[in-house]
Write a protein that binds this ligand. Structure first.
Ligand SMILES: [Fe+2]
Length: 448
C-alpha cells in the first residue's frame, strides 16, 4: 500500500538546514521586514504506510527572514517535543505539558502577546519557539491556559484580544472557548456543550459573535481503541449546527443554528450586518468517512457563504465559487469586519498530490475571481496577506507563501502583489531544499 501523504512533496525532509543570503529572482519589496514562518507535519521516524495520517506527523517549522530587499536566511526546525528531542538525542525541553498529551505541534505558528507559538489542536499545548525557530518549551501561557489549545486562534484587531475554541476527546461532548488578552494570558475560559465530540478545527468571529462549528465529524471511540492515529469520523446521524456565543455575554446561552451537514476546516471571515451574521468559509461535503490517511477522499472543498438571521435563528447557505481551494486568508486588519477580498490555495485539478498549484483571489463585491497558476505540482500552499504599511486599499500589499518547484525538487518563497495577481510573482526566493506541503504560516513583522 502507498500513502499519498508520504510521497512526492508530501514526504518529510530529513535535514535541518540554515542557509544565508539566499538567491532571489525578481525584487523583494524593501518594505517587507520580518519573517515568513510556516508549520507542517514532518514525521521524524519512519512511518507505517497504512497507518500514517497526514495530520499526525511531528511538526516542523520553515522560515525565511526578509529585510531591505534581501532574503537573509532560511531555516527549518522540528518542534522539540519529548519524542522529537529523544529521536535527535538531545536534552528535552521540560515545561507544562498538558495531561492530555505531548505532541510536536504541527499546524500553525502564531505570535500571541510575547510568545511565538507552534500550535496544534486536540489536547496538546502549544510549543514556544524563538524567532530563530529553536524550541523553548511547551507553553501554558504563563499558567493561564487550562489545557490544550487550537491551531486557529483568531485575533480581533480592534479589541486586541484572541479567541480560540479548543477540543479534546476527554471532555466528552464539550469544547472549550477561551479569550486571550493582548499580553498573551487567558482571561476567560468556558466549556460549551456540543453533540458527539466534534473535531473543531477553526471558529468564526464577527464583532458580535463567536461561532462554534458543531459538525458531524466526531470522536470515534472504537477507532481510538483500535489504535487509529486520528480517531475522528464522519457521523451523518449527528446534528450539524453552528453555536453563536454573544461576545457581550460570554457566559450566556449559546444560540444553536441548524445547518445542512458538511464539514468546515477553515473560515475566511465573518461579519455582522445588523442582526444578520455572514460567514464565509471553505465547505467540504463530508470529512473522514471511513478510514483514510487525510482529507483527499472527502470531496471538493469550495468557498460557501452562510447568512444567519440571528433573531429568527435560521441559516441560509450558498456556494460562492466552484473552485477547489483551501487555506483561505484575508487582510486580517478586517477580521470580524466586512471584507471584499479573499485569497485561497488553489488546486486546479482537484488532486492534492498531482495538481497544479496556485492562488485564487476572490472579489466578493464584484463576484469575480482571478487565478495565478504557479505550475504543475506546485501546491496546495497557503499564501498569507501582508499589508503595505499605511495602506488604505484592502488588497494593497503582498501574498507570501512557499511553492514547490518540481523541476528542481526544491521550493521557493513566492511574493505576489495582491492587487496585481495576474502579474505573477514579484520575487521568488530560492530555498536550498523543498518545503513539504503542510499547513499554516504567518508573517511575523520584525521587532514583534
Ligand atoms: Fe487549519
Amino acid at each position: 500500500m502507498t500513502n499519498p501523504y508520504l510521497e512526492g512533496n508530501f514526504a518529510p525532509v530529513s535535514t535541518e538546514l540554515t542557509a544565508i543570503d539566499l538567491a532571489v529572482t525578481g525584487t523583494i519589496p524593501p518594505e517587507l521586514d520580518g519573517s515568513f514562518l510556516r508549520n507542517g507535519p514532518n514525521p521524524i521516524a519512519p512511518q507505517d504506510e497504512a497507518a500514517y495520517h497526514w495530520f499526525t506527523g511531528d511538526g516542523m517549522v520553515h522560515g525565511v527572514r526578509l529585510r531591505e530587499g534581501n532574503a537573509l536566511w532560511y531555516r527549518n526546525r522540528w518542534v522539540r517535543s519529548e519524542t522529537v528531542a529523544a529521536a535527535l538525542d538531545e536534552p528535552s525541553h521540560p515545561g507544562p505539558v498538558a495531561q492530555q498529551g505531548d505532541f510536536a505541534s504541527n499546524t500553525n505558528i502564531v505570535r500571541i502577546g510575547p510568545r511565538l507559538l507552534a500550535c496544534v489542536e486536540a489536547g496538546s499545548r502549544p510549543y514556544e519557539l524563538t524567532p530563530l525557530l529553536d524550541t523553548v518549551a511547551p507553553s501554558d501561557m504563563a499558567g493561564t491556559l487550562p489545557a490544550g489549545f487550537t491551531a486557529h486562534p483568531h485575533h480581533d484587531p480592534v479589541a486586541d484580544e484572541w479567541h480560540a475554541v479548543n477540543y479534546w476527546w476527554g471532555w466528552g461532548e464539550n469544547v472549550q472557548h477561551v479569550v486571550i488578552d493582548k499580553k498573551g494570558k487567558v482571561a476567560h475560559s468556558r466549556l460549551i456543550e456540543t453533540t458527539g465530540g466534534p473535531m473543531v478545527h477553526d471558529l468564526a468571529m464577527s464583532e458580535r459573535w463567536i461561532v462554534v462549528y458543531d459538525l458531524p465529524c466526531d470522536f470515534d471511540l472504537q477507532a481510538a481503541v483500535a489504535g487509529e492515529r486520528l480517531p475522528y469520523h464522519w457521523m451523518p446521524d449527528q446534528p450539524a449546527r453552528f453555536g453563536l456565543i454573544d461576545r457581550t455575554d460570554l457566559d450566556g446561552p449559546v444560540r444553536w443554528i441548524d445547518v445542512d451537514p458538511c464539514y468546515v476546516f477553515h473560515t475566511l471571515n465573518a461579519y455582522d450586518d445588523g442582526d444578520t451574521l455572514v460567514i464565509d468559509a471553505v465547505r467540504w461535503p463530508k470529512m473522514f468517512e471511513g478510514t483514510g490517511n487525510g482529507p483527499i477522499e472527502s470531496g471538493k472543498p469550495c468557498l460557501w457563504r452562510w447568512t444567519i438571521d440571528t433573531a429568527a435563528g435560521a441559516a441560509k447557505d450558498e456556494q460562492l465559487r466552484d473552485v477547489d481551494e483551501e487555506f483561505p486568508r484575508i487582510d486580517e486588519r478586517l477580521t470580524g469586519r466586512r471584507h471584499r477580498y479573499g485569497y485561497g490555495a488553489l488546486n486546479l485539478t482537484g488532486s492534492e498530490s498531482s495538481g497544479r498549484g496556485g492562488i485564487v483571489k476572490h472579489d466578493l463585491d464584484r463576484g469575480t475571481s482571478e487565478i495565478l497558476d504557479l505550475g504543475a505540482g506546485a501546491g496546495p500552499n497557503e499564501f498569507v496577506f501582508v499589508p503595505r504599511a499605511g495602506s488604505q486599499a484592502e488588497d494593497e500589499g503582498w501574498l507570501v507563501g512557499f511553492t514547490y518547484v518540481a523541476d528542481t525538487d526544491t521550493s521557493d518563497l513566492v511574493i505576489v502583489a495582491a492587487d496585481d495577481l495576474t502579474g505573477g510573482p514579484v520575487a521568488r526566493v530560492h530555498l536550498p531544499q523543498r518545503v513539504p506541503f503542510g499547513f499554516h504560516g504567518n508573517w511575523i513583522p520584525a521587532g514583534r
